[in-house]
Design a protein around this ligand. Structure first.
Ligand code: 13P
Ligand code: SF4
Length: 304
């Protein structure tokens, strides 16, 4: 039996669902039951009837699924697939920051550990961060962690001053404005779509600032033939599959997240065969983190 058939068979036997982020390699996205951005996948994880969730993404995403679906078995096919940005703030650092700003509300990007979410008032993703911040009382200071770039973008969109933690995504920071400009010269008339995790210099020259899910939804609204994509290049697979008549080019060859690329079809198969690697969160941390995640999902149930 070939690998794809074996995965389908095991999925049935185990009553499993496969969720894959838009940055996964093409074959993994193709085998998934759902692909999407962080918000879309969180919602899928909270709604599925399956007993097992195979999460093709990075550790914080599987952890989020485990928090939202405590009765399900959540598997991450590669246990070392982490997110360097999520590790740029830990619980001790956030506790110290909160002590310095006791009146502040904490808004935490889902790209964070369960312990950090547990100390937060709200979670957000790149597709709903501005809506979450807009829903907060105007007289409360806001601490935004861990991504300073997403935080600065949200400040610009909402007009709210926020205290930003100096974290960043290495993959998006590697996308340089010079590379974007060079692509614009090569493809005159192309539309530049950039992720809000990009640097201020890239955000300033982009035509649209969108989460990965929003990028997928944006294309039919535009008449452009060519799009320059300033985010992790895995999304080009999905874009090209959904819109075969349009052209999608990478803003930079360096826009690769090594952690997102650690999962392969073989690892998905082994994960289902061996029921590995199980991601769990202790119930006291999960209960606190769930509140922050649920507040996010309630504010904007489907901003995708
Ligand atoms: P979104 O898919 O929510 O846009 O997230 C981007 C990202 O960097 C996930 O790690
Ligand atoms: Fe983390 Fe950036 Fe990779 Fe997303 S693309 S998982 S934010 S390092």
């Amino acid at each position: 039996m070939d690998i794809i058939k074996r995965i389908h068979q095991l999925k049935k036997d185990r009553n499993a669902v496969i969720l894959a982020h838009n940055y996964q390699v093409g074959p993994v996205q193709d085998i998934a039951d759902f692909t999407g951005d962080s918000l879309g996948l969180s919602i899928q994880a909270s709604r599925t009837d399956a007993e097992v969730i195979v999460f093709c993404g990075v550790h914080f995403m599987a952890e989020t699924a485990a928090i939202l679906s405590p009765d399900k078995t959540v598997l991450l096919p590669e246990k070392t697939a982490g997110c360097p940005m999520a590790d740029m703030i830990d619980a001790e650092q956030l506790r110290a920051l909160k002590e310095k700003h006791p009146d502040a509300l904490v808004v935490t990007y889902v790209n964070s550990t369960a312990e950090v979410k547990a100390l937060s008032d709200y979670c957000c993703t790149s597709s709903n961060a501005a809506a979450v911040v807009n829903s907060l009382p105007k007289d409360r200071p806001i601490l935004f962690v861990p991504d300073q770039n997403l935080g600065a973008f949200v400040s610009e969109r909402t007009g709210r001053d926020m205290i930003l933690w100096p974290g960043y995504c290495p993959t998006h920071v590697w996308i340089e404005p010079e590379a974007v400009e060079a692509m614009r010269k090569e493809y005159p008339g192309a539309v530049v779509l950039a992720h809000p995790e990009c640097t201020p210099a890239v955000r300033a020259i982009a035509d649209e600032l969108l989460s990965t899910g929003q990028m997928l939804n944006f294309i039919p609204k535009s008449k452009a033939e060519t799009f320059i994509i300033a985010t992790e290049s895995g999304i080009i697979h999905t874009l090209q599959k959904m819109y075969p008549d349009r052209r999608f080019v990478k803003a930079s060859k360096r826009a690769l997240c090594p952690n997102m690329k650690k999962i392969s079809l073989e690892k998905v198969l082994w994960s289902l065969e061996d029921m590995q690697h199980r991601i769990t969160v202790s119930e006291d941390i999960a209960a606190q983190a769930r509140k922050a995640l649920k507040r996010m999902i309630e504010i904007v149930p489907s901003q995708n």
